[in-house]
Design a protein around this ligand. Structure first.
Ligand SMILES: C[S@@+](CC[C@H](N)C(=O)[O-])C[C@H]1O[C@@H](n2cnc3c(N)ncnc32)[C@H](O)[C@@H]1O
Length: 303
């Protein structure tokens, strides 16, 4: 477990979001201490940079308290999305990113920033918004067959894949689309993400949430028989990378056959207990390595 070096520190770049102002009254009574400075304004203020700085200064418990209060408000009949939700949820993810960096050792700052910037609150059920910044899986429906994985789990897989700007990624098991959104943030505008989901309702949810991501394609279907479609996402670097988000008893042969030279595939493998397995094709030879115990939902394929 490495410590967090300064180059890997999650940085709040204070980027200007498309999002504009905050009425400070929105969080009155939520913060135990009424924060000073730009959060408190009688009229709406341009807030992003100053607001983010203030969020970073608030104790983590207060940021979480604020998110919990907003989430409760959203559960009232007819309630819409509070204006400040995106920024407060992002503020809570500052602690999430720090915890991941501390727990998993040095990470590519670019990947950590994706966790900070991707609005996980949009990929969870409305009743789970208050827990969206927790490093924990959450159910996506009542079936027990689909969850949004814990954020660190995506980074573990993406680190093994060496996912980088300009790459293409094939994701097998879309869920609500969070993993695809993270990947899209990492591969950037020159990269591509193709994601495949067996549950039509989840695929619809993901497609809807990701509609403004031009580099992400969501397909309905059984990923076990999807290998013929992987070629739809050839990228500028021709670096074929595949991530699987449901557990398989063994890596299906068609996936191995479809893996091109230099290609990498990460999957949770095992019947009762699962291991995170990386398969690489190096000069025609498949090389498999084990990267520890994991727990994912099961394969829903009927084949
Ligand atoms: C851990 S969840 C996905 C997490 C997802 N990446 C996210 O960000 O929310 C695994 C997903 O794989 C889907 N799945 C299971 N078996 C599948 C299969 N054979 N083909 C495609 N999707 C499958 C499940 O329906 C579930 O949505």
């Amino acid at each position: 477990m490495g410590g967090r070096s300064s180059s890997n520190a999650p940085v709040d770049k204070g980027r200007t979001a498309p999002y504009v102002h905050l009425d400070a009254a929105a969080h009155e009574g939520v913060c135990a201490r009424r924060p000073e400075g730009p959060l408190v304004a009688s009229s709406p203020v341009l807030f992003t940079v100053a607001f983010r700085r203030e969020m970073a200064r608030l104790p983590a418990a207060q940021r979480q308290e604020w998110l919990t209060a907003l989430a409760l408000k959203m559960r009232e009949p007819g309630a819409g999305e509070p204006l400040e939700l995106a920024e407060v949820a992002r503020g809570c993810r500052l602690s999430l990113v720090e915890a991941i960096a501390k727990q998993l050792g040095p990470f590519d700052t670019h990947q950590l920033n994706a966790v900070l910037e991707v609005p996980r609150e949009r990929f969870v059920r409305r009743e789970d918004v208050g827990r969206s910044a927790d490093d924990t899986p959450l159910p996506l429906d009542g079936t027990g067959l689909a969850t949004i994985s814990a954020p660190h789990a995506y980074l573990l897989s993406y680190r093994l894949l060496r996912l980088a700007p300009g790459d293409s990624l094939v994701e097998l098991g879309t869920g609500s689309g969070y993993g695809a959104a993270l990947a899209a943030a990492i591969v950037g505008p020159k990269g591509r993400v193709l994601t495949i989901e067996i549950d039509a309702a989840l695929a619809r949810w993901a497609r809807d949430t990701l509609r403004d991501e031009p580099n992400v394609t969501v397909l309905d279907g059984d990923a076990v028989s999807s290998a013929a479609q992987w070629g739809e996402v050839r990228d500028v670097r021709d670096a074929q990378k595949v991530v699987v988000t449901f557990a398989v008893d063994a890596v299906p042969r068609p996936w191995l056959e479809a893996l091109r030279d230099g290609g990498r595939l990460v999957a949770p493998v095992g019947k009762t207990e699962q291991r995170l397995v990386l398969v690489e094709r190096r000069r025609g030879v498949l090389v498999e390595t084990d990267h520890g115990a994991v727990r994912y939902v099961k394969n829903r394929s009927t084949r």
